[in-house]
Ligand binder design. Sequence first.
Ligand code: GLU
Length: 277
Amino acid sequence: MKKFGIMFLTLMFVFGLCGAALAGDTLAEAKKKGVLVAGVKDSTPGFGYIDEQTREIVGYDVDFCRAIAKKLGVKLELKSVTSATRMPQLIAGNIDIIAATMTKNAERAKQIDFSYTYFKTVQKFITKKGTVKKLADLDGKKIGTAKGSTSEQNAKKSLPAATVLSFDDYPQAFLALQQGKVFAITTDESILANILHKAPNKKVYEIPNIIVGDEPYGLGMRKGDTNFVNFVNKTILEMEKNGEAKKIFDKWFGPKGKAFPMKREFKITSEKLSWEQ
Ligand code: GLU
């Protein structure tokens, strides 16, 4: 009898874990609950940050989640994530979707599914003006970035003799640069430009034209959550066609946008990246 009890408990435990680890049907669940829970950044200017007036999290990533929740006919709940916590939070079922400046790549796609690309950028550096002309000028130096990011991985690969110091977020890395604790910081140009844009002493720094990574952003969903992935893809393609995606881009990054002006050198399409084929 005792043996059966233990077996029963073990099975319950295993199914419990599977329940958390494997995708259910987020589309159906969210409709039933009337809420979609999105994991967004809260300290990434332009994409997900706290508005000084309203104290709410706002940004490009947040607006994509709003549009998806609206299309689903449910409320949107936002939870703060960092580069390091976003995938574990999704897999554990604490959030339903990641919209957090997240690069799509083959390694991450082993654990989660991605939407079509909804933003594109490249990885660069912020340095003190005039100190860096070429990549080699950064090698052997201390470079700040965020834990759990592709920025961290690419920096280690392209600067083998550098010491990469990883912080929880990019504003903390930038603070370390301002305090002289690191020689440069690195992440996506879209993030760096927005951090610099907000910095009071921005004239002291620059973003040299040195690229160490291609960073196409995708919305992250649980692996095998097919109905939801299809719904999200359909929604963002529609948003591209009806101009809503461009409107969101312009709201933040257009010439009169709330964040740093950038060019929209991409369109949301169903085209797959080479490793997605
Ligand atoms: N896009 C890169 C990544 O997903 C860097 C930005 C970030 O850490 O969110 O890792």
